[in-house]
Design a protein. Structure first.
Length: 409
């Protein structure tokens, strides 16, 4: 680990000084390499899948699985990052004092970014691409369940870098997947400029508690959809089905449904019919009056299920819905389905989450969907970055001041 940290720190100035053309050429070479080495990546992924059988749910196995289509999507994501404007060297603000002193605020790379993540192999290529395009060195530390996949992907990305003048130490993968290696990154003062945990609540909380380097909390998503009494109910059913079932293992999937009591008797049977037996409904006492399901337990409204499970609660109105979200949300993504502009305004003004939707699925909270390219993660905090973290969020800034002999009186 010490050798890797030293090598990453040594590469920092070189990577920060790359031109947009150099970075884009390297990214396209990395994408080419991914496609050329598809077989090796799939073979490594098969080892991970075999090791995970019996230890992971089918939903989480799908999260781990790579296919030719998913590898092609990873390569496409890298090319999309290459096509984005360079976030480094932008003049964010500028002003000139009366004495002629010119003060510019200019975007610059963070330096060395460490990413600790779990069982999603595509994070490996996404993080490497975003870090390089933003002029940063990355140190990746994946979970043991996906180690073979991540290792193969990093080796392939480095093959792409070898066709350029960029040092392969721009992209690094920690070989040790124990807790010791994670703690070493969290406390690598003087080496790591930013730590980004990407995974479940346990990982994120461990980083926030233990990190002595700057850390951004990301990811945990207890996302709510609220069906207000004036909602178009067919629209609501479409949105709920998409938000819950299109990919339940991701952080922008719906975990809690709130329904106005005024329409519960009419709407909930429609919901039960639409979702069928695919989704287990955990019902509060009011919802139990209208449809069969599992009684909601004490923790069901505070759980990121990442599975085909949906907690359902009936509320009096938009104010109770917002109060419930305020008490139970992780600050990720919430949606209201309504035709009432007053309810819409109250919801959007008072829900304090990174993404607030009106008449749309929470599944859009994603860097690619927001036009940011692939994402480093979704920040649920407020300082520095919030929501999907793209290239701009991986830069900081410094002031550059030009004078002609001015001295302070």
């Amino acid at each position: 680990m010490k050798e890797m940290l030293e090598a990453a720190k040594a590469a920092k100035s070189r990577i920060a000084g790359l031109t947009a053309e150099e970075k884009n050429a390297a990214l396209n070479a990395m994408a080419d390499s991914l496609l050329m080495c598809e077989t090796a990546i799939l073979e490594a992924n098969a080892l991970d899948l075999e090791g995970a059988k019996g230890h992971m749910s089918d939903v989480m196995l799908d999260r781990l699985r790579l296919t030719p289509e998913r590898i092609a999507s990873m390569a496409k994501g890298i090319r999309e990052v290459a096509a984005l404007p360079d976030p480094v060297g932008l003049t964010l603000e500028s002003h000139t004092r009366q004495d002629g002193l010119k003060i510019d605020k200019v975007s610059v790379p963070m330096g060395v970014i460490a990413i600790i993540y779990e069982s999603r192999p595509n994070v490996t290529s996404d993080a490497a691409a975003l870090a390089l395009k933003s002029g940063n060195v990355c140190i990746l530390r994946g979970g043991k369940e996906a180690f073979h996949s991540a290792n193969a992907i990093v080796n392939v990305l480095r093959m792409g870098l070898q066709s350029t003048d960029i040092p392969v130490t721009a992209v690094n993968l920690v070989q040790d997947t124990s807790r010791d290696s994670a703690l070493a990154l969290m406390t690598a003062d003087g080496y790591v400029d930013l730590l980004i945990p990407r995974g479940g609540a346990g990982l994120i909380n461990a980083c926030v508690r233990n990190a002595t380097v700057p850390c951004i909390a990301t990811g945990t998503g207890i996302c709510h959809v609220y069906v207000e009494k004036t909602a178009d109910q067919e629209m609501a059913l479409n949105i709920i089905e998409n938000a819950k079932t299109s990919r339940p293992s991701v952080c922008n999937a719906e975990e809690v449904l709130l329904v106005d009591k005024a329409i519960a008797a009419e709407f909930l049977p429609k919901l039960r019919k639409r979702l069928g037996n695919k989704v287990e409904l955990r019902l509060d006492k009011e919802a139990e009056k209208y449809i069969p399901g599992t009684p909601a337990g004490e923790k069901d409204f505070d759980t990121e299920f990442l599975d085909y499970i949906l907690a359902v609660k009936c509320v009096e109105d938009v104010r109770e819905a917002v109060a419930h979200i305020s008490a139970h949300s992780t600050g990720h993504s919430e949606a209201i389905i309504t035709t009432d502009p007053v309810a819409e305004r109250y919801f959007t003004a008072n829900v304090d989450s990174a993404a607030v939707y009106v008449n749309a699925s929470t599944r859009f909270t994603d860097g690619g969907e927001f036009g940011l390219g692939c994402e480093m993660g979704i920040s649920t905090q407020k300082l520095h970055a919030r929501g999907p973290m793209g290239l701009r969020e991986l830069t900081t800034y410094k002031y550059i001041i030009h004078g002609n002999g001015q001295v302070r009186v």
